[in-house]
Design a protein around this ligand. Structure first.
Ligand SMILES: [Zn+2]
Length: 395
């Protein structure tokens, strides 16, 4: 029997509005807190949770950036001649992404999404390492560096694995009392919400499944650890998509050439632009100002959100749509989705949730990067108690 297990269960898209009116974990983790998310997608949120820093500091923000010099995709340009009915199919893209990921030895999450092969050699991909591993951040340390340095034995999920396999892997480590810290990663709720929206009866059904798994895990852990300090949390919420915006067509209609006058990455809720002439900047800025579904985010606002990059690495101009608007087609997908995230962090559906069995949750834990402090604190506590227990045993 070990003294304590800090158990962090990360559920992608476990939003405040998703669980607010639900009895989710009221028994096992009755203390709840609404957390402010980070502007961006999981590519920004997860690294912020794991490092306690904001994207401007750790530089894991959006996946694709204009960087032809460092593009690892130069050889893919040849594929631009393949018929797009074939290369734009999701099934092909998914299979091909796995192939590319292995070839380029990317360790994080990788998907080509809907990036056109014609222009792919203009772009670099920013998550080459896995933020879920030590030395996995683009800049600075994460919680796994911290745990390794302090020799705290931990478990972390492999996010590409199926949820139940991840649970089973953790159960094994708990049974063997091999670990003093656990980080479990479940991506299923995010995928479900994208598909069915936040009002579907499948959502509470999924929450019941998580409750069931967490209850099983908790009671098992209690057989091996005197105390289990449980934290279940998300990185962002999910808003139903009520309006589609074909931003790309509006920009394409301008007398400008992609790759010559400007470059853009069309994410699902934002578009990021790089300009090669004053004319392009003026025309695109003018065009965007006519789009009522969104707005250009001023630098000061980006700075306040921790997503301003003075070197403009992620784009010289960031256009963001209103909650509920989806950019379709985009470089992320050709088809509409029922729901999306990546809107302004103060939009109602953006907030994340934290549920815990710890009544003394520090007041200052109010945004998802603060989860890092919490994890640090819990790791220190586990380390201290484990070494005291070991000392007592030795005596
Ligand atoms: Zn998502």
């Amino acid at each position: 029997m070990k003294p304590v297990l800090p158990l962090f269960v990360f559920i992608d898209a476990c939003g405040w509005e998703i669980v607010r009116d639900d009895s989710f974990l009221q028994g096992l983790a009755p203390v709840r807190r609404r957390l402010t998310s980070v502007f961006g997608y999981s590519s920004a949120c997860v690294p912020s949770i794991l490092s306690g820093r904001w994207p401007a500091e750790h530089r894991n923000w959006c996946y694709f950036v204009y960087d032809p010099k460092n593009s690892p995709f130069k050889s893919l340009r040849a594929l631009r001649w393949l018929p797009s009915v074939f290369t734009s199919r999701r099934i092909f893209r998914r299979w091909f992404s796995r192939f590319i990921k292995a070839r380029l030895r990317f360790r994080g999450y990788f998907d080509l999404y809907n990036m056109p092969f014609q222009y792919i050699s203009l772009f670099d991909f920013t998550e080459k390492k896995s933020p879920l591993q030590p030395e996995g951040m683009n800049r600075g340390p994460n919680i796994f560096d911290y745990l390794r340095q302090r020799e705290v034995r931990y478990h972390v999920s492999a996010p590409e694995q199926d949820e139940e396999l991840n649970l089973a892997a953790l159960v094994k480590d708990v049974q063997a009392e091999r670990i003093d810290f656990a980080f479990l990663y479940w991506p299923g709720l995010d995928a479900l919400l994208h598909r069915v929206g936040n009002r579907s009866p499948l959502v509470p059904q999924k929450l019941r499944q998580y409750e069931h798994w967490i209850a099983k895990l908790y009671s098992l852990a209690r057989q091996h650890y005197a105390e289990v300090r449980l934290y279940v949390f998300g990185d962002h919420g999910m808003a139903n998509c009520v309006e589609l915006l074909d931003l790309q067509s509006s920009i394409d209609d301008l007398p400008l050439r992609f790759g010559k006058d400007y470059v853009a990455v069309y994410d699902s809720t934002m578009a990021r632009f790089w300009f090669f002439s004053t004319k392009a900047r003026q025309q695109i800025t003018g065009c965007l100002k006519q789009v009522p579904q969104g707005r250009i985010v001023p630098d000061a606002e980006l700075e306040a959100m921790g997503t301003f990059f003075p070197d403009r690495y992620f784009g010289e101009l960031i256009f963001l749509v209103q909650e509920g608007v989806l950019i379709v087609p985009s470089h992320m997908g050709r088809r509409p989705l029922a729901a999306m995230h990546g809107y302004h962090p103060t939009d109602p559906q953006s907030y994340a949730a934290l549920c815990t069995n710890q009544t003394a949750l520090p007041e200052e834990i109010s945004a998802i990067p603060h989860m890092f402090e919490l994890m640090q604190r819990e790791a220190d506590l586990a380390r201290e108690r484990t070494s005291t227990a070991r000392g007592a045993l030795a005596a």
